[in-house]
Design a binder for this molecule. Structure first.
Ligand code: GLU
Length: 474
């Protein structure tokens, strides 16, 4: 008999409880780390044409052990209080794993954004922001939203503008939200950040020879086959970067309209072009197409790495027996239910968990927030200085060796770092360090058997040390 399906929230709670047992911390402290500290549910009216629509929305601040709290805002018809609570909970642990000094939060607005015009979405966004301001649920030192499913830089610009209209006197107003357009105090590299972080995480995992050997794979991402579910922001950047920089071979893709499979490889740029032209990934030349009703077959394609990059609860007890991938890289939040995960671990699959793997978004959000507080672009102070130093160094080497470099070699060696270079290097460093921290725990603690539990143990320990050294007020 198959077990009933746990909700996303129940899965996150189960993951937490499983890890908590390995920490040796007392029950009261664990309870404080587990629960959502503040849940704000609101209903507000918005005028759409001649009609008044009442919109249901949420902001959940999961943990105040560090401030501000941080996390995206989701626009979806499926938003519920439980879902936002689960996502806010994940944010707390995500931030701790990548050493981003924030507590976790998440927002949700129960609308299907594709049913509204940009003007109507702007009204909804501005009203939602106003509700947050009124309750003190937003601000650079309070709670800092960002994009999530159904939102992007456009919505973040509206949030920023609403905030600064209402709080004009605040010098750091731009730090009230991240993921803003670059020309509106955003940062270069934020749009690609989650996907790029997923790439660094997968690459890092594939570089460990002993882990790959256990899976019957050779080390390195190059040449490994990859299947992706979802070509939204995260899925499209993950695949593009994994193909172009990592040499991975994309062989299957799933989207709302269906799925395609082509074992000899799909060029992602070509596929994105095909989708733009025809409105669908289906009928991509040379690929086998699966219609809309069978789109979840994508999770069952034979491949080395499966990347679920859409929504939660995709791999469940109903389909887990048919999942063939050796590595499952959780680019989305919560794509595997806790029951299905048990089965995958039993089978010896490697799951690279969401709370580590998709933390690149919040990492670069942290860089954006720092940029906003410093009121200056990264690289502005030192780029030229470094360039001049490297220039002199190259000239000295040339003089001493009597050998001169080509214009091209010289340009490469003397380049000072731009904002995008620094953001990418900071993100790469963060993801690699975090992966090895988690893997160390997995190696050291004999009873911990999977990376997700190791990641939760790591995060819970970091958060508990804040509580233990700060004490509890009053
Ligand atoms: N919504 C993203 C996430 O789930 C980004 C959050 C942020 O940048 O604050 O991690």
């Amino acid at each position: 008999m198959t077990k009933p399906r746990p909700s996303f929230f129940e899965s996150v709670q189960a993951y937490f409880n499983k890890a908590a047992r390995h920490t040796g911390l007392n029950a009261g402290l664990l309870e404080q780390i587990r629960v959502c500290n503040a849940v704000y549910q609101m209903q507000f009216p918005v005028k759409i044409g001649n009609e008044v629509r009442v919109i249901e929305a949420y902001r959940v601040q999961h943990s105040h052990h560090r401030n501000p709290t941080k996390g995206g805002i989701r626009y979806s018809n499926h938003v519920t209080q439980e879902e936002v609570m689960a996502l806010a909970t994940l944010m707390t642990f995500k931030c701790a794993i990548v050493n981003v000094p924030f507590g976790g939060a998440k927002g949700g607005v129960k609308v299907n954004p594709w049913d509204y015009s940009p003007g109507q979405l702007e009204k909804i966004t501005r009203r939602y922001t106003t509700e947050l301001v009124r309750r003190n649920f937003i601000g650079p030192s309070i709670d800092v939203p960002a994009p999530d499913y159904g939102t992007g830089s456009r919505e973040m610009a509206w949030i920023y503008d609403t905030y600064r209209t209402l709080k004009g006197e605040e010098i750091d107003a731009a730090g009230c939200v991240t993921g803003k357009p670059v020309n509106q105090q955003g940062i270069r590299g934020r749009t690609e950040a989650t996907g790029r972080g997923v790439y660094y995480g997968i690459r890092g995992a594939c570089e460990v020879p002993e882990d790959m050997k256990k899976l019957g794979l050779t080390p390195g991402l190059a040449g490994k086959t990859m299947v992706v579910q979802g070509l939204g922001n995260v899925g499209s950047y993950t695949t593009t970067i994994s193909q172009d920089e990592g040499g991975a071979i994309l062989i299957g893709v799933g989207e709302v309209e269906g799925a395609i499979y082509k074992p000899d490889g799909i060029d992602i740029h070509d596929l994105l072009r095909h989708r733009k032209e025809t409105g669908s990934i289906l009928n991509y030349p040379g690929a086998k197409s699966f219609p809309k009703e069978e789109r979840n077959r994508v999770l069952e394609f034979d491949c080395d790495i499966l990347v679920p990059a859409a929504l939660e609860n995709q791999i469940t007890m109903d389909n887990v027996h048919r999942v063939k991938a050796k590595i499952i890289a959780e680019a989305a939040n919560g794509p595997i239910t806790s029951f299905a995960e048990e089965k995958l671990i039993e089978d010896g699959r490697l799951i690279i968990p969401d709370l580590f793997l998709n933390a690149g978004g919040v990492t670069v959000s942290y860089f954006e927030w720092l940029k906003n507080l410093s009121h200056m672009r990264f690289g502005r102070m030192d780029k030229r200085f470094n360039q001049n130093m490297y220039d002199q160094l190259v000239a000295t080497v040339e003089r001493l060796t009597g050998h001169s470099l080509s214009m091209q070699e010289r340009a490469m060696l003397v380049k000072g770092a731009d904002e995008i270079d620094l953001v990418r290097s900071g993100l790469e460093e963060t993801m690699i360090m975090a992966y090895h921290e988690i893997r160390e725990i997995l190696k050291r603690k004999k009873k911990v058997q999977d990376l997700r539990t190791a990641a939760f143990v790591n995060a819970i320990n970091k958060i508990s040390s804040d509580y233990l050294s700060l004490g509890i007020f009053p």
